[in-house]
Ligand binder design. Sequence first.
Ligand SMILES: *[C@@H]1O[C@H](CO)[C@@H](O)[C@H](O)[C@H]1NC(C)=O
Ligand SMILES: *[C@@H]1O[C@H](CO)[C@@H](O)[C@H](O)[C@H]1NC(C)=O
Length: 317
Amino acid sequence: MALAFTSTPHHLALLLVLLLTVLSPLCFAKCHVDDEAGLLAFKSGITRDPSGMLSSWIPGTDCCSWSGLTCISNDRVTDLFLSGDTTNPNSFLTGTISPSLFIKARQLSRIFIENTNITGTLPKDIFNLPRLQFLTIRNNKLSGPLRIDISPKSDRFQSLELDGNQFTGSIPNSISQFTHLLGLYLNDNKFSGGIPYSFRQFRNMTYLRLQNNQLSGGIPNFFKSLVLRDFDISYNKLSGGIPPSFSFLAPELQFFRASHNALTGRIPDYLRNFQTLDELDLSYNRLSGPIPTTKFPVESFIGNDRLCGFPLPPCKK
Ligand SMILES: *[C@@H]1O[C@H](CO)[C@@H](O)[C@H](O)[C@H]1NC(C)=O
Ligand SMILES: *[C@@H]1O[C@H](CO)[C@@H](O)[C@H](O)[C@H]1NC(C)=O
């Protein structure tokens, strides 16, 4: 018997065939045909890819194994991760984002596309994905208005990061339909118009970054039910005062940056109650009057001609 098993070519061939029969559903498993179609549509919207970020995206192969993609537990693509290497000048993608991606790859839940310099608009179908959880398309060159005229399907949408693009127009009120958001990063774009009052609905949001846009109007008096920890509105064109309900942020707020705007009025006395505040920047505004007792350095207050008292020079009697 032992001899019979010592490999004649026939036995080996038989073993191989058996092995392949058992393993083939694994070896040749393929991702869902809709996912493949959506991803290939995305690839065809990309006209240049000099570093080969998408070179493994080949029709007829399992798209779960393509670079940048993850399928969790079945044949559906759940994560898309494309990150340009900022130290490599050839690491970019020229082209636009095909809307077909989000119409076909319906199970996508985490989308990260960073530092790739993709242009065009953000297809609104992205907001209609039923399992959307994290959407990050940052440091690209997306432009045009941000359109969200769709009723959201996902109740676990946690984070929207579109910072470092070239979006114009106003921030749509409809963003606040995503009431579960914990973080919203729209900074470093060209958004204009006001900060939507509807943001008062973001009950659990901790990060709200709107700096480096062209936002105007006042800071809405909408903080009563908010628990922001990090709030940045610096480098905009905001005017008016710091509203009364801002005091409700006292228990949680750690970072508040509002420099380089046109804010007027006094710094409210209640700022003393912000025990957890680690960073405050009110510099380069038009604030006036005495500064309430503060632990913050002069840099937090400079550039406000009519502000006085420690750490600035004393107020004149
Ligand atoms: C992407 O765009 C930025 C801003 O225009 C530019 O500085 C950078 O060189 C571009 N990166 C690549 C890899 O083309
Ligand atoms: C906020 O978080 C709490 C606790 O996790 C949760 O019960 C509630 O539904 C959340 N609210 C929103 C609007 O996401």
